[in-house]
Design a protein around this ligand. Sequence first.
Ligand SMILES: NC(=O)c1ccc[n+]([C@@H]2O[C@H](COP(=O)([O-])OP(=O)(O)OC[C@H]3O[C@@H](n4cnc5c(N)ncnc54)[C@H](OP(=O)(O)O)[C@@H]3O)[C@@H](O)[C@H]2O)c1
Length: 151
Amino acid sequence: MQNDLFSMRGKICVITGGSRGLGKAMARAFLHAGAKTIYVTARKSEECEQTAEELSKLEEGGECVALPGDMSSGEEIVRFAKSLAERESHIDILVNNAGTGWNGSVEEFPEIGWDKVMDLNVKTPFFLTQQLLPLLKANATPEDRAAVINI
Ligand SMILES: NC(=O)c1ccc[n+]([C@@H]2O[C@H](COP(=O)([O-])OP(=O)(O)OC[C@H]3O[C@@H](n4cnc5c(N)ncnc54)[C@H](OP(=O)(O)O)[C@@H]3O)[C@@H](O)[C@H]2O)c1
């Protein structure tokens, strides 16, 4: 009963910043719950590919695919969305997990730090969701909705 409640059987998911940390843990958990395919993205392509390879070997049988890219760039977001649309006719879940911080006191906090944090943590989730809306809507029904999770 509980397994059914939290089942992700057959779901296709995107997790930004899925190469390590919380994003990787979520990718693993989704695959454990039966997800069919998890797309992970991060800037360092080698780490991203390694994670995808590692998670694709889990017993549950789902696949983890690396689609590296810098999600703080509008152009790369568009490229990512196009590349995803070439592979999938829909997605079920988008996790906007990639995020960053900047250490510094209020007195000395630089504008470049503000822009870096706000770009990746606020602007990126909005525009990535915008670009992926067609795929999120494609298979969604009132009974089985698509979901966007913002970390
Ligand atoms: N860990 C915590 O205690 C904690 C607490 C509160 C909130 N959070 C939030 O939870 C999320 C994950 O945190 P975490 O601790 O797991 O972070 P992490 O270990 O630093 O991992 C960050 C992930 O995001 C990717 N990333 C960073 N910048 C990116 C960019 N421009 N484009 C694409 N991918 C990018 C990183 O890969 P690359 O470096 O290769 O790009 C990595 O996969 C963040 O949003 C963070 O703010 C975490």
